[in-house]
Ligand binder design. Structure first.
Ligand code: GCO
Ligand code: MG
Length: 411
């Protein structure tokens, strides 16, 4: 049984924000979708796909997913990197979508079937001060969330990552959206000592208000040195975090060894990683507790499955990246994996806006704090070309960050 790829389309659309989608069609008329969105650098992946990958795919057997993955990875010679791995991910996910549609099964069935009723999701609460943060947490609890990420403003800092510009009581479609449609990146500011002083007081207040049960998460967004991260992890121990994410810049795996020596706060990392090699030391030495990679940025379902299987041998769990810059296609791929793997931990969830959902019709559901990919054959996403046509690509940048004296810093 073979099914040849006859058409390769790279679809760029901007409902609410920019998305790059790959659509493959086979000679028997089956289509598959893959997400290739790389926030702030979207057109680089679109060009990689249409200029360099599309010509290689026409005529290939859509069922040979692993062979196609290896062909694109080894064949490029220039391995790894976010652009390459996002492009390969899009092909991989589109091929899994096709295979599952041909089989007439939801994709998770091909990955081993369901290991759980649904994927525990965490939502993003934020506030410019503690009362506003409490309102945001309450709004999320009312929507059914059973785990909450907590980000707050810091006194003395004007603009901080992860805090919604205009939080709404109903839980906001966009709790925050880091990419801005501006000619130049928006500038934020930063002061690590002020942050380290402030954050434990916020978690103390949240625990006092909401009790010991609620799983709480926090994202450090790569801004600390190892010793600062160790200090924060230790200071947060009384508040029993589910995880502390990206406490140091992710390039240096050894940094986490130092953090680990000082704190029992669970650590999550990996949203900007691209391959298993970024995790080699972290997993083998058990320096982390959660793998944060996105299906979209790590070579797709085939590659992330291998990373998670490796992590499972060390009791390290999944925490797949799921902000709004992962399209509904990438989100659906994550949910099929979440349902199937044994070492599932938690799934990040930021609901997309209405316009996005018009373009990407989806079968996945959020109910009682759990996400489920649905039971339609394949990924369960259809792309509405007519809706997409109304939303032209608009350049957008992620922010940059400076210390008070003007020095560039991680945001
Ligand atoms: C998260 C991430 C995102 C990133 C975003 C960049 O934990 O959800 O930190 O919010 O900032 O994906 O494009
Ligand atoms: Mg993050």
């Amino acid at each position: 049984m073979s099914s040849r790829i006859t058409e390769v389309e790279v679809l760029v659309t901007s409902p609410d924000r920019n998305f790059v989608t790959l659509r493959l069609t086979t000679d028997d008329g089956v289509t598959g979708l893959g997400d290739a969105t790389l926030n702030g650098r979207e057109l680089a992946v679109a060009s990689y796909l249409s200029d360099h990958v599309a010509p290689l795919l026409v005529g290939r057997d859509a069922h040979n997913i692993e062979d196609t993955w290896q062909y694109l990875y080894r064949g490029a010679y220039w391995r790894r990197g976010p652009v390459t791995m996002a492009a390969i991910a899009a092909v991989d996910v589109a091929l899994w979508d096709i295979k599952a549609k041909v089989a007439g099964l939801p994709l998770y069935q091909l990955l081993g079937g369901a290991s759980r009723a649904g994927a525990l999701a965490y939502g993003h609460a934020s506030g410019r001060d503690v009362p506003e943060l409490f309102d945001s947490i309450r709004a999320h609890l009312e929507k059914g969330y059973r785990a909450i990420r907590v980000q707050t403003a810091v006194p003395g800092i004007d603009a901080v990552y992860g805090v919604a510009a205009q939080p709404t009581a109903e839980g906001a479609r966009y709790d925050y959206e880091p990419a801005q449609r501006t000619a130049l990146p928006v500038e934020e500011d930063w002061d690590t000592r002020a942050y380290l002083r402030h954050l434990p007081t916020v978690f103390e207040a949240v625990r006092n208000e909401f009790g010991p049960e609620l799983p709480l998460l926090h994202d450090g967004h790569h801004r600390m040195t190892p010793i600062q991260a160790a200090k924060l992890g230790k200071a947060l121990e009384p508040y029993d975090l589910f995880w502390l994410e990206d406490c140091t810049p992710a390039e240096n795996q050894d940094a986490l060894r130092l953090v680990r020596q000082h704190t029992t706060t669970p650590l999550a990392i990996g949203e900007i990683f691209n391959t298993v090699w970024d995790y080699q030391t972290l997993i083998r030495e058990q320096l982390i507790d959660y793998v944060r990679s996105a299906v979209t940025h790590t070579g797709g379902i085939s590659a992330l499955r291998k990373i998670l299987d490796y992590a499972a041998q060390y009791q390290i769990k999944s925490g797949i990246h799921g902000p709004t810059d992962i399209s509904p296609v990438g989100m659906a791929a994550a949910l099929h994996l979440d349902l199937a793997i044994h070492n599932f931990g938690i799934q990040e969830y930021m609901p997309h806006g209405e316009r996005t959902n018009e373009v990407f019709r989806q079968s996945f559901t959020f109910d009682g704090g759990l996400l489920h990919p649905g039971t339609e054959p394949g990924l369960g996403i259809t792309y509405d070309d007519d809706a997409a046509a109304g939303f032209a690509y608009t350049p957008a940048y992620l922010p940059v960050n400076r210390l008070k004296d003007g020095t560039m810093h991680d945001w």
